[in-house]
Design a protein around this ligand. Sequence first.
Ligand SMILES: Nc1ncnc2c1ncn2[C@@H]1O[C@H](COP(=O)(O)OP(=O)(O)OP(=O)(O)O)[C@@H](O)[C@H]1O
Ligand SMILES: [Mg+2]
Length: 249
Amino acid sequence: MSQPLVELSGITKSFGVVRSLRGVDLRLGAGEVLGLVGDNGAGKSTLMKILAGALEHDGGEIRIDGEPKRFASPADARRERIGIVYQDLSLCDTLDVASNLFLGREPKRGPFIDRAAMHHKAAEMLSELHVRVRSTYQEIGELSGGQRQAVAIARAVSFEPRVLILDEPTAALAVAEVRQTLRMIHEVADRGVGVILITHRLQDLFEVCDRITVMYEGRSVADRPVDELDIETLVKLITRSGIDAEEAA
Ligand SMILES: Nc1ncnc2c1ncn2[C@@H]1O[C@H](COP(=O)(O)OP(=O)(O)OP(=O)(O)O)[C@@H](O)[C@H]1O
Ligand SMILES: [Mg+2]
C-alpha cells in the first residue's frame, strides 16, 4: 500500500482508569476490505468511534490521505467522508424505508417533502446495491434483520463515503442475510470505498477481506493479508494462545 487512505498510529484512549486503547496501529487502502477482530472488550468499537469522530483519542495520530486529522465530532469525520454503521443501526422503526434513507435531507418541493421523488430515488439507491424490499413505503419495523441492515448500509453509502465502517453487521442475521450483506460489502469496495468490517464471525472474513488486523487488550497485535491466514491461526492471534509462550521462549 503506497499511501494509505487511513493510517492510525499509536492510538490511545482511556475512560477514567480504564485504558481501553493502549497503542493501536491500523492502515486501510482505497477499495480494500479490512477485517478488524479481537475478543470482547479488545477495543474495536472504541477505535472505530474515534475514527468516526464519536470519541476523541488521547494520544497517537490519525492520518487521512497522509494528512494528520483530529475529529472533535461525527460531523468532522463525515466531512472527510468517513461513514459508520453502528450495531444498533440507528434507523427509525416507525418510518418507512425511503424516509429512513433520506432522514434529515429529504428532497423538497417548495416547503414540503417531495414524497414521490424521495420514493423514486430510494428505489433507485436500493436497486443499485441489489437490495430487495417489497416497497420503499414499508416501515422499517416490518423488515427482516437483513433488510434493515441493508437499508442502514445503503443510507451510509448514499453519503458517498471514502471509508465505511461496519460494526458487527452480520451478528444477528440468518445465513441468506449474511450472504446478502457480504455481497453488499464487495460491491461497496468495488466502488473504491475502503471498508472496515468488525465481526466475530471469522468465516465471513475469509470471504470478503483483503487484510485482517487483530486487536488484543487495547493493542493491535497482528496485521496480515487474509491469504496468509487460516481460521486456526486467526483464533490463536485473537486469544494469544501459544503466542505469549513463544515470545517468552
Ligand atoms: N464509554 C465507556 N466508558 C467506560 N469504559 C468504556 C467505554 N466504552 C468502552 N469502554 C471499555 O473499553 C474497552 C473496550 O471496549 P470496546 O467496546 O471498544 O470493545 P470491543 O472490542 O468493541 O468489544 P465487543 O467485541 O464486545 O464489541 C472495554 O473494557 C469497555 O468496557
Ligand atoms: Mg464492539
